[in-house]
Design a protein around this ligand. Structure first.
Ligand code: IPE
Ligand code: IPE
Ligand code: MG
Length: 243
């Protein structure tokens, strides 16, 4: 689809959901769904960035997902570990800066080292940023930022009276622009602890499609829906008679 005349979001966020159901309904095990979800994410990311959208955040594993069976958790950990090299190559090919958001605890040294390496090696790409949320929780992000703020106040590095939204954002895992369009696949209509700070004025879109089937055409539909939304940010356009 031609996006050149459309209002385009700067930051798109994806809650990758429905991998398990996608597989189960096909008579496969949930792992097959996670695998297919990863493959689709790569294709979709390349497509979204080709549309002059500069930021993508993808929710791949939540702090709460550790409640799942040991088998499923280790499969997802293994999948990420195996994909890290591929993610790095992909980012080089597409000139994408990759960053990771989430807590380090409970992740293996191998994964943490690979994440660090990817961030370091793709640092120079300025135009496209791919924020991968892994072992991520919106509450923990806010708590972790608050702890860093308290430390800086105690050290005399930050005057608490100057703390505003702008300064607070700098203490989050990454200082990202606000999310414009948040897509959660699979029909669930909730945030499940995803980027609570950054989603404050996002437009939400909830397609029924499971993530492995959420392709370019499905994304085009999301953009068309986004173009119809009237974003007000609390204000009113008095010139517009429909208000
Ligand atoms: C999303 O798919 C991936 C993760 C949360 C790790 P799910 O695994 O949640 O798939 P469903 O929702 O059970 O179908
Ligand atoms: C949210 O999906 C987490 C990710 C997509 C990584 P879940 O499938 O874990 O969320 P709930 O449990 O349905 O709310
Ligand atoms: Mg789910």
């Amino acid at each position: 689809m031609d996006y050149s005349k459309l209002k385009i979001p700067n930051h798109v966020a994806l809650i990758v959901d429905g991998n398990g159901r996608w597989a189960t309904e096909k008579g496969m095990n949930r792992s097959a769904g996670h695998k297919q979800g990863f493959l689709n994410l790569k294709k979709l990311t390349a497509y979204i960035f080709s549309k002059d959208i500069h930021y993508i955040s993808a929710y791949l594993f939540s702090t709460e997902n550790f409640k799942r069976s040991q088998m499923e958790v280790s499969f997802i950990m293994g999948l990420l570990t195996n994909q890290l090299k591929d993610i790095l190559n992909f980012c080089h090919e597409e000139k994408i800066k990759a960053i990771f958001s989430g807590r380090k605890e409970n992740l293996s040294d191998k994964v943490l080292k690979a994440m660090e390496e990817i961030e370091k090696e793709t640092k120079m790409y300025e135009e496209k940023t791919f924020n991968i949320c892994f072992n991520y929780g919106g509450h923990t992000e806010i708590i972790d930022a608050t702890k860093k703020i308290v430390k800086d106040v105690q050290k005399g590095k930050l005057d608490i009276n100057t703390l505003d939204e702008n300064t607070y954002s700098k203490y989050l895992y990454h200082n990202l622009p606000p999310i414009d369009l948040m897509i959660r696949t699979s029909g669930e209509q909730r945030l499940s602890n995803f980027m609570l700070w950054q989603n404050s004025y996002a437009e939400f879109y909830f397609p029924k499609t499971y993530f492995p089937d959420f392709d370019e055409k499905e994304f085009d539909k999301a953009i068309l829906e986004y173009t119809k939304r009237d974003r007000r940010f609390g204000g009113i356009d008095y010139e517009n008679k429909s208000h």
